[in-house]
Write a protein that binds this ligand. Structure first.
Ligand code: FE2
Length: 433
């Protein structure tokens, strides 16, 4: 593993010097958090794959265990017994250096192993990890780095479990709810965004400090920004509804060519999960169908829709450098997975400044997902984690209501293709000053 996977060359960030995660405690906490997400689901729920981009919950539960088995236990625990030799292929996501993979669109065809067998696999891996931890292997920096990567990988899949379950349940005419939650009454609606000005100039982006980060957040480097403005909070569902009412989906001048073609072919006329019932707008959430709260942030929009909305609003999307510069040294706080809402909530903050920058909805940026200057992926199979996806995708920032709080940071770079809508992806506007 390349050392830059975990450490930047910059001196420790003052706010992060306290970071010294006890992995022996963090391992069971993160693994249990994944199992808890399964609790509201039936075994049948866990087996379904609703589209090629999504995976069955059962597959997520097995694949996250496969990661520890393949990259930690088989390599680092002497005498470790592989749970099932064919799982190496079944639950390999995309690591070509590891070997063959079961085709992604066919993950929903795996009625076997059963859910019980997958949980037995998880227990087997957990016992192996317990033995590894008790052996003192975490004193080895390389082992520690792999285990920490495995835990952050597992947290990424926790969010994917929720977004994939939401898509799966939305395709059922019974519209089952994943969890119960009282409907909120519409909260305050804003008529226009507050704008915050930034002088720009030379700045730095990328991870700093000793805490964990993915290799794609490194190295920290200089960027020059022209003066710009950012909207203080996320675009609301009510504001997005105005775009729709103004013919937003029918006006080609607002759209990128590829976005227009994609929207026409897929017959998009609103964000994913929006419906019209008896003339009123409704929205499917993990808590079931509900009236649309116009004050909540719009989400489940593609890059194309975010871009078209911004053009309609006389603005643009921020670059990832503008976003990270504006967020500065803010520590993650907001509506994350732990809040239990599992849906973006209205901006009710009274303080001035940048709001909703963490949690609620990932924010599309206009930045192509590309390597930072001097980027080097880790050596070996683990180097396939991020680097090989740096093509035809856009960067999203800030995390969502399905992101575990301890998983996100200002330098975090999520990435999805421009047409992706099933993630909790929303919009913050920017404009030139
Ligand atoms: Fe994965």
């Amino acid at each position: 593993m390349h050392p830059t996977l975990l450490h930047s060359v910059a001196p420790p960030h003052p706010a992060e010097t306290v970071h010294d995660v006890d992995l022996a405690l963090e391992y069971p906490r993160v693994r249990d958090a994944t199992a808890i997400l399964r609790a509201p689901l039936t075994a049948e729920d866990c087996a379904i794959q609703s589209m090629p981009d999504a995976s069955p919950v059962k597959w997520h539960l097995a694949h996250t265990s496969w990661f520890f088995e393949t990259f930690v236990l088989e390599a680092r625990l002497p005498g470790y017994r592989t749970f099932h030799p064919q799982f190496r292929v079944l639950f390999n996501s995309y690591y070509n250096a590891v070997g063959d993979k079961h085709p992604r669109p066919e993950r929903g065809l795996l009625s076997r192993p059963s859910l019980d067998e997958v949980f037995a696999y998880r227990r087997h891996v957990d016992l192996g990890m317990q033995a590894l931890i008790e052996s003192g292997a975490l004193r080895d920096t390389a082992v520690r780095a792999l285990v920490e990567l495995g835990l952050h990988h597992e947290q990424q899949h926790q969010e994917l479990i929720l977004t994939d379950v939401k898509h799966m349940l939305s395709r059922n005419p019974l519209a089952p709810a994943y969890h119960r939650r009282a409907s909120l009454h519409p909260t305050r609606a804003r008529s226009s965004p507050d704008w915050l000005g930034f002088a720009g100039g030379m700045t730095r982006i990328g991870h700093r400090g000793e805490a964990f980060c993915f290799d794609n957040e490194l190295p920290r480097h200089r960027v020059f920004l022209e003066p710009f403005e950012l909207a203080a909070s996320l675009v609301t569902a009510g504001e997005y509804a105005e775009f729709i009412e103004d013919g937003g989906y029918l006006r080609p001048e607002l759209w990128l060519s590829e976005g227009w073609e994609t929207a026409r072919a897929a017959r998009w006329s609103s964000p994913l999960y929006w419906e019209r019932t008896d003339g009123a707008r409704a929205i499917f959430k993990l808590s079931g169908f509900d009236a649309l709260d116009t004050a909540e942030p719009v989400c489940h929009v593609s890059y194309y829709e975010a871009d078209a909305y911004a053009r309609w609003a006389g603005a643009r999307l921020p670059t990832e450098a503008e976003w990270e510069h504006a967020v500065g040294e803010k520590l993650p706080a907001g509506n994350f997975l732990e809040s239990g809402a599992l849906h973006p909530t209205a901006d009710t903050a009274v303080e001035d400044g940048l709001r909703q920058c963490f949690g609620d909805a990932w924010e599309w940026t206009s930045s192509a997902y590309a390597p930072y200057p001097g980027y080097r992926p880790a050596a070996g199979a683990i180097g396939e984690y991020n680097g090989k996806f740096m093509c035809n995708q856009y960067v999203l920032r800030g995390g969502s209501c399905a992101t575990p709080r301890s998983h996100i940071r200002a330098s975090y770079r999520n990435f999805f293709p421009a047409a992706a809508r099933w993630q909790f992806s929303g919009i913050r506007l920017a404009r030139d000053a």
